[in-house]
Design a protein around this ligand. Sequence first.
Ligand SMILES: Cc1cc2nc3c(=O)[nH]c(=O)nc-3n(C[C@H](O)[C@H](O)[C@H](O)COP(=O)(O)OP(=O)(O)OC[C@H]3O[C@@H](n4cnc5c(N)ncnc54)[C@H](O)[C@@H]3O)c2cc1C
Ligand code: SF4
Length: 331
Amino acid sequence: MKTPAFEVHMPKTLDHALEIAKDLHEGGHDFDWISGGTDLIPNYKWGINPKSHVISMSGVSELEGISTTRIGAMVRLQDIVESSVAHPLIVEAAGTIASVMIRRSGTLGGNLCLDTRCFWLNQSETWRKSIDYCHKCDEGTGADCRVIPNQNELCVATYQGDLAPALMCLDAQIHLASHRGTRSMPLEDFFQEDGITRNVLETGEIVTHIQLPENSADFIGSYQKLRLREAWDFPEGGVAFSVGVSADGSVSTINMASTGFESIPRKHKELIESLDKGPNWALEAERLGAELKRAVRPVLNTWFPPAYRKKMASVLARRAMEETSKRVTSG
Ligand SMILES: Cc1cc2nc3c(=O)[nH]c(=O)nc-3n(C[C@H](O)[C@H](O)[C@H](O)COP(=O)(O)OP(=O)(O)OC[C@H]3O[C@@H](n4cnc5c(N)ncnc54)[C@H](O)[C@@H]3O)c2cc1C
Ligand code: SF4
């Protein structure tokens, strides 16, 4: 498999990067941002929507930097794992991503903007050609979706990034920039339920950093992941759970979020509302797990069948709550 040719742009500042994006867009050229390239380049190699230009952010220092409340988009995943200041829940989720070698290149921004995945799509060009392609990368054939046929508008490819649910459980805000200015939003509002558009990023807009609330150190949580091979596989399902603990030891906030079950990672506010924040919250693990199982809607496009992934949603939720409870008790 040969990687198709593309031109690489290497800006040294954020303004320059945004200017290049604007010029390419206005000149009618298509392009992608590239951070670590651990997702984008394999996709290009397989002929999945390659572009003729890529803008590398590896020289843009404004996107670096990690503190207790801010993580730059270009921070490498392994630097998060080895960080003494990153929140333990983020460290735990980052530590489950791929392998050390991939984490040394892969970044926070790339992980959040990860392309959605589907076993009809993440295949070689020859394989996809043999089935006449699919709607997400149809090579101009107008091919249908293989998972939900007889429509070629919606793509239900699965979002399989690990960091998003952990960050959602810490009430993270995501910050974006383009030549038009900057904006930010709660991370759960960044994702869009379509396997092709994936998120709210507009052409020429990038993720600059993640911001956590000042009190994020008061959150204690756990991330539980289902995957085929422990060595490096994407989540077939992942559940993060957290509680905010006040100075007097009482629980002030509860969060739960999932990944790997649908086209977007999801924060499950409606399920958490029914949970009693009193001292016995952990006793509701079975019930909450059963409710999460009912709430998630996996389709048949990853390794494990949807029925098994749904069942595992309840197991992962229970494990995440029980582990969080243990961590709260042990201080
Ligand atoms: C074998 C293997 C196993 C893997 N296992 C896992 C896993 O277990 N869990 C997991 O979560 N991931 C996994 N990955 C996917 C990937 O390695 C990581 O998600 C990684 O964090 C992607 O980051 P990157 O910087 O390499 O992204 P890139 O490949 O550079 O970019 C990914 C996408 O994000 C866009 N992008 C990148 N940065 C920005 C930005 N700042 N603003 C806007 N758009 C941006 C790119 O245009 C591209 O569309 C695996 C990959 C491989 C090859
Ligand atoms: S969900 Fe459908 S359109 Fe999307 S990648 Fe899979 S087969 Fe293609």
